[in-house]
Design a protein around this ligand. Structure first.
Ligand code: CP
Length: 313
């Protein structure tokens, strides 16, 4: 059975209502409970075009794994240099070819708005896998699923967002989803990496409770801490990056001082902001979080292609 219209294209977290998110979480949970052999074949005969014009490990590999686990197949292009875009072909023309060769496309691109341009060019479903400083909606859905799996409904939780709140597209995307829940948000960052005003304006409009601080210790009173690296690739001035790059770091002793057994999340990759000595703490969820990416992306592929089996909704 096909999912509701918001799951035809996945371009922006603003496209989802609370009802859509509840539906999505239920579908993902049910899919995760199924045996691998029962899932295999659900997308037999379908082809995913995996178009990654910007670097990725988790998003690309988990989308491709998701398609293969469902019995579908994958065609892929990685980087502009191995695509005819390097010879001057437009994204529009590229997408016309993708439409001819595949049933669904996932695209990561360094320019904000590219996935919308790609989707407008074709009649197959298109999924935004991160577009520059814009959105990363499938990461936000897997982050929401992680909170749901590890701590239950986000309602009533106090959630800290830590790090590069200025450029971090995963944070910008997740904030949009969490506006549908009764959460308290704490934004912890150096002043120069604070959350842009447009997001705060949107939160105020939705009556979402939030605080801003530079004090990392505020995470000790949070149920979830969502840590991010400084997005070096988004800085125009590299001296500015060098000035800020070591401005925060979280280690095991700091996490263990939490008064709420704070769940530690991170979209990954990490660099120096989260020490490896945190990894084996039970509340360090980031590798499990990346693992949930396969379930979440299987769910999205099934919904976008209208291939959820009867009785799933
Ligand atoms: N979290 C995330 O988007 O990771 P990748 O850049 O490796 O895909």
């Amino acid at each position: 059975m096909a999912g509701p219209p918001p799951f035809r294209y996945i371009l922006d977290t603003n496209q989802f209502s609370r009802q859509d998110l509840d539906f999505f979480l239920r579908q993902a949970e049910k899919l995760e409970e199924q045996r691998r052999e029962d899932i295999f074949g659900m997308l037999e005969g379908k082809i995913l075009a995996s178009l990654f014009f910007e670097s990725s490990t988790r998003t690309r590999l988990s989308f491709e794994t998701a398609m293969l686990r469902l019995g579908g197949q994958v065609i892929t292009t990685v980087g502009f240099q191995f695509s005819s875009i390097s010879k001057g072909e437009t994204l529009y023309d590229t997408m016309k070819m993708v439409e001819a060769y595949s049933d669904i496309a996932v695209i990561r691109h360094p320019v904000e708005g590219s996935s919308r341009i790609a989707a407008a060019a074709v009649s197959i479903p298109v999924i935004n896998a991160g577009d520059g400083t814009g959105q990363h909606p499938t990461q936000a859905l897997l982050d929401l699923y992680t909170i749901f799996r590890e701590r239950g409904s986000p309602d009533g939780l106090r959630i800290a967002f830590i790090g590069d709140l200025k450029f971090g597209r995963t944070i910008h995307s997740l904030i949009h989803l969490l506006q549908h829940y009764n959460v308290e948000m704490i934004f912890i960052s150096p002043l120069d990496l604070a959350l842009p005003e447009s997001y705060k304006k949107s939160l105020r409009k939705q009556n979402v409770s939030f605080e801003e601080t530079e004090d990392m210790k505020e995470m000790w009173d949070c149920d979830v801490a969502y840590v991010t690296r400084i997005q070096e690739e988004r800085f125009v001035d590299k001296n500015e990056f060098d000035r800020l790059k070591n401005s925060y770091s979280i280690n095991r002793a700091f996490v263990q001082a939490s008064r709420r057994n704070t769940l530690i999340m991170h979209p990954l990759p990490r660099v120096s902001e989260l020490s490896t000595d945190v990894d084996d703490l039970p509340n360090a969820a980031y590798f499990r979080q990346a693992g949930y990416g396969v379930t979440v992306r299987m769910t999205l592929l099934l919904l976008c292609l209208g291939n959820f089996p009867e009785g799933q909704s």
